[in-house]
Design a protein around this ligand. Structure first.
Ligand code: ADP
Length: 424
């Protein structure tokens, strides 16, 4: 591609990538998401690319090498600025991976300074005097102190990041951010002179993020949650517009595959069934008995597709889920269900479904893999954090496919019916 690629992003997990892509689209950029390290060049012209890695909790060395490979590809596509995206709760440990990946990217880019802030005020993540708040409480009181992989026991991000970095970590505080982008730039220059390589930046409002974005215009590397993204498109004269989220016209049949057992998804399944649409349960016990559940489900669905959307779901209430898990083992049951739903998703698309909703993070990963979807153009938002995407799949004879990947707790109760209306 050409130098028209304004922003190249590396996200450390899958749903985080979509969250960032969604913020960029809503702020005026055309965005492609790439699932995993890209093998080919970009398939379409776009303002930003988000590469979705699964590097949040893998060994730091592996996270670094994957991130550097992503960086090399983005530079080859002509990316003018690089954005390393991590979680808005700064999920990491002294062993990594935020600091280690940040410094590796700085080394590769030959830059001596970058910022770090997970601030995302729209989602209740604010940074004040270097301390991260989740809603009204400090990070270490937010439940994140008990996270199984990345327990966050200190809200002071300067300290947290310093433990992961060789370079000196400093702070651009709220007074400076409030004073405007020139003040931010002056503070950055002063920190640089003091030998600081990475600065945590305070931000408590979207206005802060807009002022910060302006100051970041010529910074080769930005590291942040998805919030900082809203301040970058104006640097290129881009403003929010419905055009950036325009996808090709949707065609074909409509279907939903749901493997999420979250409270929200349970409500969405119940809502869809109550609205009178056809649905079929995917029962892990039948799979365990050796039944070819995927083939049965597809035989059931095919004659119905011409009449309207159909739902195939393993979604279950927590008591049912627990008893299945204790009988079959949680991991084994999950893998069986994911495999069946992924085959169903592929079979549906082979049968002419071109508008597909997938509910569940892990389920989405399995379906995207089965559909062989590598690149997704990000389209209009259905609900916060959940956009429609457009992709190519060999299961669709390389015709376009509209796809939305809904992570567990996102979306209103009528999501499954509302989503298709967004494409009309
Ligand atoms: P969420 O985004 O809500 O966490 P995921 O798809 O990430 O949803 O995770 C749900 C997991 O539960 C998947 O591994 C899925 O295969 C598994 N699962 C779904 N339905 C059932 C079920 N009825 N019994 C056992 N496991 C299930």
């Amino acid at each position: 591609m050409t130098s028209a690629l304004l922003l190249g992003c590396i996200a450390d997990d899958f749903t985080g990538a979509t969250d960032l892509a969604n913020n960029l689209v809503r702020s005026g950029m055309r965005v492609m998401q790439i699932n995993g390290l890209p093998a080919e060049n970009l398939a379409a012209e776009t303002d930003a690319v988000v590469i979705a890695l699964k590097s949040r909790t893998i060994p730091a060395q592996e996270a670094v090498s994957q991130s550097l490979a992503a960086l090399a590809w983005l530079r080859k596509q002509g990316a003018q600025q690089i954005y390393f995206k991590y979680c808005s709760t700064f999920d990491s440990t002294p062993a990594g991976n935020i600091g280690q990946v940040t410094e590796a990217l700085m080394d590769a880019l030959g830059t001596d300074f970058t910022i770090a802030t997970p601030a995302f005020p729209d989602n209740g993540r604010t940074v004040f005097k270097g301390h991260l708040f989740v809603g009204d409480v400090l990070l270490q009181e937010s439940g994140m102190q008990n996270h199984p992989l990345t327990p966050m026991k200190d809200a002071n991000l300067v300290r947290v990041l310093q433990a992961q970095c060789k370079r000196k970590v400093g702070l651009v505080d709220y007074r400076t951010v409030n004073a405007g982008s020139d003040a931010i730039k002056q503070r950055i220059a002063a920190l640089r002179e003091q030998g600081v390589g990475i600065a945590v930046v305070d931000a408590v409002s979207n206005e802060d993020l807009m002022r910060l974005g302006k100051a970041l215009k010529s910074m080769p590397l930005v590291t942040a949650g998805s919030g900082v993204a809203i301040g970058l498109p104006p640097n290129h004269g881009l403003a929010p517009s419905s055009q950036t989220s325009t996808l090709p016209t949707a065609q074909g049949y409509q279907a939903i595959v749901s493997g999420s057992c979250s409270l929200a998804t349970n409500r969405q399944v119940a809502n869809f069934i109550a609205a009178g649409f056809p649905s079929m349960v995917i029962d892990p016990q039948c799979i365990a008995r050796g039944e070819d559940v995927a083939t049965e489900a597809l035989a059931w669905a095919k004659p119905l597709l011409a009449k309207g959307p159909v739902l195939m779901y393993s979604t279950a209430q927590s008591n049912v889920l627990k008893s299945i898990q204790s009988e079959l083992g949680a991991e084994a049951a999950g893998a069986m269900v994911e495999d069946a739903l992924a085959r169903i998703a592929r079979g549906l698309v082979q049968s002419g479904v071109r508008q597909l909703i997938v509910a569940g993070g892990e389920t989405s990963g399995a379906c995207v893999q089965a559909l062989n979807v590598k690149q997704m153009q990000i389209g209009p938002q259905i609900d916060p954090g959940v956009p429609w995407c457009h992709a190519h799949s060999d299961a669709a004879d390389n015709a376009g496919l509209h796809l939305t990947l809904k992570s567990g707790n996102f979306g209103t109760d009528d999501f499954f019916t509302k989503a298709f209306k967004v494409l009309e």
